[in-house]
Design a protein. Structure first.
Lengths: 307, 271
């Protein structure tokens, strides 16, 4: 087990009028190489939860283990943990501060104690991995577009070579093209480098498409934890929590209600298409497209990466 | 991580003090400070202490909240204490080491200043704890409005103050977030030499300034979009009006100040 939370609770401002229980007896085990989606409405405790995973917040109660070691144990080095568990905050471009892109990305590796040259190698690799164009390596990060800034900020965390990458709404405020590119890059990292990804998102479509495990956070607890299909089958309960299932799942349920005998569990458009074709008894299109994670999309990102 | 800054932090409750008109509370705080530096003698300090305790009790704000503001002034407190102890000339010398002398007067002066500073901070945080920043600046604007006659931009100053106060928690939160983001990238704000720690502030300060300017710009735009053009002809949704409780408040303050003046004149003894 890579990361494990045992009975973790966190209370903001304990003993005061403003006391808020952000996490209540959370138990969670995350295995290496998983792609996890975390959903929950604003203020549900998601952000608090992910900040516990790299020791930015200390639980009021309970223990957290990374690779079997208690991260709040006496001799544990939290600084080293943070390079293992990389956390990309919401709007990470707000943390850029250096005069040029490459130096900013080198900040993390330099803090790890690497030499300038080593840090630069890491920085370049991270920038390539997020698909950041080489001609801007020496420009000021403040002159870049929103999407490019976001890439630089993600590269800043990636350059530390983390084993777990946590991203808090990495696509917030981006246009659809920028959003797809960032998400495809993240999937590429997951597949190529085998790192564990924890993606916090408000988009049910995104988590359905990319995650293989979905964790729902509500009022500091985890009511659902399973594959996206399992979780979205509880869509009525999700709605009560201010969440929902992907639009396409509703479409499938509507079809079923009108008497069309179709498998309603589809959570991506491609899968829905296949299910409908199956129900109609028509042949499926070419097998590569039948995959839940369509190859066509991945190709597009490959192009973006080289650009 | 942050959140130790009490100044400008409102403590929601429904007490006599909370309900008072902000003007009364502002005048009250000033009166308290004046009285604090007016009184002489043991009896005077007893009276000021009793008054402060009474207001704290009436405000229902937990005492711990007020002490939080103390952290910020501990440094100033120590410096004034040290200077007072060593640099006050006096006749009764208690200790004499090398060129440093400690006199009885010096010790007393240090204690007096320390008490005054502590009361000053508690008194003023009592005002900010029981008054929302907005009503506080409303009160100030109303109190200072006579100055408009000599072309002091009272409204604009009040507006700037309420914006500044409003942004303290936002910027605190922002600082906290950027700090965490940089810590997640291996930054270290807590250890290292003094020079190093200052250098380590750069990754925090640059993004903070960038975002502060951005916010200022956005706010200016939003205000212009709503046709804000300064105080000229501006009316209020909730104009300030004195109630019976406020008049009683003024009466109590007047009596308190009178007592302080009397104690200054007649209450020598002891300290």
């Amino acid at each position: 087990m890579q990361l494990e939370l045992k009975d973790v609770s966190f209370i903001y401002n304990p003993g005061m009028v403003y006391e808020v229980k952000a996490l209540e007896h959370v138990n969670l085990a995350i295995e290496k190489g998983q792609f996890i989606g975390i959903i929950g409405h604003t203020g549900s405790g998601k952000s608090t939860l992910i900040q516990h995973l790299n020791a930015l917040m200390k639980p009021t109660e309970g223990q957290i283990f990374y690779e079997g070691e208690d991260i709040w144990g006496e001799k544990y080095d939290q600084k080293a943990l943070r390079t293992q568990v990389g956390l990309v905050f919401q709007y990470p471009e707000h943390q850029l501060f250096e005069t040029d892109v490459i130096t900013d990305v080198m900040f993390g590796p330099r803090n790890q104690g690497l030499s300038k040259d080593e840090a630069k190698v890491r920085a370049v690799r991270a920038l390539v991995q997020v698909g950041f164009p080489e001609q801007y390596y020496n420009s000021s990060p403040f002159e870049l577009s929103g999407g490019q800034k976001r890439r630089v900020a993600i590269a800043g965390v990636l350059a530390m070579d983390p084993q777990v990458l946590i991203l808090d709404e990495p696509t917030a405020g981006l246009d659809p093209a920028g959003r797809d590119e960032i998400l495809e890059q993240i999937r590429f990292l997951h597949e190529e480098r085998g790192i564990t990804i924890i993606l916090v998102s408000h988009s049910m479509e995104d988590v359905a498409r990319y995650a293989d495990r979905l964790i729902v956070v509500n009022d500091g607890k985890i009511p659902f934890d399973g594959t996206p299909k399992e979780v979205f089958s509880h869509y009525r309960e999700l709605e009560a929590m201010g969440l929902a299932a992907p639009q396409i799942t509703y479409c499938m349920h509507a079809l079923k209600e009108r008497g069309f005998d179709v498998d309603v569990t589809a959570d991506t458009v491609e899968e829905a298409r296949d299910n409908i074709l199956k129900a109609l008894g028509k042949p499926l299109p070419a097998p590569e497209n039948a995959d839940k994670k369509p190859a066509g999309k991945a190709k597009k990102s490959g192009r973006a990466g080289r650009r | 991580m942050l959140g130790e800054i009490t100044l400008g932090q409102y403590y929601p409750a429904d007490s006599v003090i909370h309900r008072l008109d902000p003007r009364v509370k502002f005048v009250g705080t000033l009166t308290f400070i004046v009285a604090l530096f007016l009184v002489k003698g043991f009896l005077g300090y007893v009276m000021v202490t009793l008054f402060l305790l009474g207001v704290i009790k009436a405000s229902t704000v937990p005492f711990g909240m007020m002490l939080r503001g103390m952290k910020a002034i501990i440094f100033i407190l120590l410096i004034t204490a040290v200077f007072n102890v060593f640099l006050t000339p006096g006749e009764i010398v208690l200790v004499k080491v090398w060129k440093l002398t400690i006199t009885r007067e010096g010790v007393l002066q240090a204690v007096r200043m320390a008490v005054r500073l502590i009361y000053l901070v508690i008194g003023s945080s009592l005002m900010t704890l029981t008054t929302t920043p907005n009503s506080l600046t409303d009160g100030m604007e109303a109190l200072f409005s006579p100055l408009k006659v000599i072309h002091v931009p009272v409204h604009e100053i009040a507006m700037m103050m309420s914006i500044a106060l409003r942004f303290i928690p936002i910027l605190t939160e922002e600082t906290d977030r950027i700090m965490k983001a940089q810590i997640a990238r291996g930054a270290d704000f807590k250890t290292g030499s003094f020079i190093n720690r200052i250098k380590n502030m750069v990754p925090l300060l640059v993004p903070l300034f960038v975002s502060a300017f951005q916010r200022a710009n956005d706010l200016a735009m939003a205000m212009e979009a709503r046709c804000y053009h300064g105080g000229e002809g501006r009316t209020r949704m909730k104009p300030l009006r004195y109630t019976a409780a406020d008049r009683v408040g003024y009466l109590v303050l007047a009596l308190f100040l009178a007592a302080a003046i009397l104690l200054r004149i007649f209450g020598g003894g002891w300290i």
